[in-house]
Design a protein around this ligand. Structure first.
Ligand SMILES: [Zn+2]
Length: 133
């Protein structure tokens, strides 16, 4: 079996990305150094951006409403792909690269309304994006 055939079959999160620029090898990162400077100057809370900037993409099919049961104790969860990235600080490179990828399961907060049994039970607010069956 070649290495190529295994790609995609054995994804285990979190996936460790690049520590240094894969293009030029530069160790300096633009976001990382800017965030560090701002924290040192007290311009940013030290808890923010612990792993650098991140793009979060919820992965769900909007045509398939998530089941919401009144009797369910736990809220439904949707998978969110977290892509941490940075930009090479070499001014001749400036390559954007991924530093790590995580997959998290985010619990959806369902509004808890009092049960109103005589009138069709719990109602979700109008426009609630996930639907109800
Ligand atoms: Zn670079």
């Amino acid at each position: 079996m070649t290495e190529k055939e295994e790609v995609g079959k054995s994804l285990v999160f979190p996936i460790q990305g690049h520590d240094t620029c894969p293009h030029c090898g530069c160790e300096e990162r633009i976001y990382q150094s800017q965030i560090k400077t701002m924290k040192e100057n007290g311009e940013m809370d030290k808890e923010l951006f612990p792993k650098g900037p991140v793009e979060a993409r919820p992965l769900f099919d909007q045509s398939k409403p998530i089941m919401v049961s009144q009797l369910s104790i736990t809220n439904p969860k949707i998978p969110i792909m977290m892509e941490y990235y940075d930009i090479c600080a070499n001014p001749k490179c400036l390559e954007k690269y991924t530093t790590s990828i995580e997959l998290i399961w985010q619990e959806i907060q369902i509004p808890k309304a009092p049960l109103n049994l005589g009138r069709g039970g719990q109602q979700l607010p109008p426009g609630f994006p996930f639907g109800q069956r």
